[in-house]
Design a protein around this ligand. Structure first.
Ligand code: DAT
Ligand code: MG
Length: 154
């Protein structure tokens, strides 16, 4: 990985899975140039959800958030690329889809703050912790795409 290359953890949430939006969401992230280093489907249980969203445990929406994220299957992915953490969050759009810019995943495809389709790590440090929570090291693949020189300089 070159100096500015980062990994970030993305979850495609139960609303997106139920709405048939796995493909459209991955298409946007892949088209941006991000590389999928790991991907799987799973269903989070309450314990996993409470740990993943531990930073929010005092917030009034915490219980509803845990119920929602455990309500059905999700897709977990590790994405890699230049500034992958910020690039992914900008592609996602603001937390509240009602305020998210058109052209973003949330701004184009969602209207409600809880049902906002996608999670992305908020810093490289969080990304490392979240990636380790969802994937074993052996599940994260290190490979080169032949198109890489057409996406980045390095
Ligand atoms: P983000 O997912 O953009 O990183 P966050 O970490 O602040 O946002 O919050 C985690 C999730 O909690 C968010 O994706 C949706 C939910 N959430 C945040 N604020 C909320 C609110 N006011 N009401 C209901 N759910 C909320
Ligand atoms: Mg967050």
């Amino acid at each position: 990985m070159s100096a500015d290359t980062q990994q970030t953890l993305v979850l495609i949430k139960p609303d997106a899975v139920q709405r048939g939006l796995i493909g459209p969401i991955i298409t946007r992230l892949e088209a941006r140039g991000l590389k999928i280093a790991a991907m799987k489907t799973l269903r989070m249980d309450g314990e996993m959800a409470a740990r993943h969203y531990g930073a929010h445990k005092e917030r009034p929406f915490f219980q509803g958030l845990v119920e929602f994220i455990t309500s059905g299957p999700i897709v977990a992915m590790t994405l890699e690329g230049p500034n992958a953490v910020d690039v992914t969050r900008r592609t996602m759009g603001s937390t509240n889809p009602a305020e998210a810019a058109p052209g973003t995943i949330r701004g184009d495809l969602a209207v409600d703050v809880l049902h906002n389709l996608i999670h992305g790590s908020d810093s490289p440090e969080t990304a490392a912790k979240e990636t380790a929570f969802f994937f074993n090291p052996g599940e994260i693949l290190d490979y080169t795409r032949s198109i890489e020189p057409w996406i980045t300089e390095s």
